[in-house]
Design a protein around this ligand. Sequence first.
Ligand code: SF4
Ligand code: SF4
Length: 67
Amino acid sequence: MPVISVLKECCKSCQLCVPVCKQGVLAVGAETNAKGYNAVVPQEGKKCVGCRACVTICPEAALELEV
Ligand code: SF4
Ligand code: SF4
């Protein structure tokens, strides 16, 4: 099963990845990283299908997909 992970410290909370995930896996989290950005967090109960849309659009290379 594909799993997406967020490199929290690389995320700048631009939110480009949020709407491109049609599975609703990604949402902005409540916690800030060291740079003061609210990193996105994979949501419980939502299933990544490994489409790579979020990985492709992220300008910070903050998303890693494991398949
Ligand atoms: S790889 Fe596709 S399904 Fe998985 S989190 Fe990214 S956009 Fe969503
Ligand atoms: S596209 Fe990348 S930098 Fe922007 S919110 Fe998503 S993970 Fe963070």
